[in-house]
Design a protein around this ligand. Sequence first.
Ligand code: SAH
Length: 396
Amino acid sequence: MAELILKSGKERSLFRRHPWIFESSVERLDGRARPGDTVIILTPDGREMARGAYSPSSQIRCRVWTFDPAETVDDAFFKRRVATAVGRRKALPELAGQEGVRLIHAESDGLPGVIADQYGDTLVVQLTSAGADKWRKALVGALVQATGCARVYERSDSEVRTLEGLEKVTGWVHGEAPADGVGILENGVRLGIDYATGHKTGFYLDQRENRQLLGKLAAGKSVLNCFCYTGGFSLQALKGGAASVLSIDSSGPALARAQANLALNPGLPAERAEWQEADVFQALREFRKEGRSFDLIVLDPPKFAPSAAHARRAARAYKDINMLGFRLLNPGGFLMTYSCSGGIGLELFQQIVAGAALDAARSARIVRRLAGAPDHPVALDFPEGEYLKGLLCQAD
Ligand code: SAH
């Protein structure tokens, strides 16, 4: 096994169990390692610290698999890690009975570069690092063994693979496509999952609890769901007894799936749902001109700031939609607003929303702070894992 020797002082973040070693922290590599190979990580004075996956083309030159330098990284290692991650979900009562669950949340489950989402008896995996890519077979085998799922689809087409020097890979890696598609029942709502063409692994499981919360707030209300994707929030609002639900997204295919999802739920009042293909920024301005208003508005935009470097421009975009949102709220209305940008922390997000309310000349208070569901944990040693944050604001 090749040895990766750290620069002086650069061992500190590893002592804190942070799993990333940047290119700038590496003194040298003794021996040869191909992309994804396991290397042993040493302090400048030769002390063995950890084992990790080497990635020569990435700025993150190595991702730690284990902080026990004596632990072998082999098929059995991945079997243990996967079983532990699956076990963590089983120990969370709020996930009991859910058909759609994130089983592996990358670094926060000790498996950098590995995402695995379960949709019924189908698993969708996404491998984003050279190390994860190398251990595909072991990971898939371990997942099938831990879950008993019938099939696994690989959705490794994320742009970040390019940074790791990896090609995009998609397709069935275990079992075959089910004839009747993939779907889940989420808190009483049936949803089809576009595992091959949808965003991420097909669905945003991280918003599960927040969608349920929206359902609880929706009775009798006029709801505006911005950035609705495949209608997760919209359908929970209908189930919760909303008087009307207007859903907006700029993606035609997402809206088509949203409407198909509604059709999968014959018990829901389809006549109360309206779908609009539009740019949210424009649509909200139009509504303002038309004098329209709503009791409950959801803003769940895409990641405006993929990293802290984009934070300034992103902050402007967040402020803009939140200001428009506040302006369209009826007296006493609720704004449920999110950011899934890693580059925007909770504190900054709250400041942005406060500024937006001020500009809209609305006074409001936070009645709930919102985050990702518990199957998307944030390891304490890996604060970068925190991305989804939200506020439920009640306006005057
Ligand atoms: N709330 C959804 C997830 C939203 S993902 C859920 O619970 O499943 C973000 C969505 O925003 C995507 O569907 C994307 O198509 C859409 N989108 C991105 N930019 C947009 C824009 N400017 N106007 C409208 N929709 C946009």
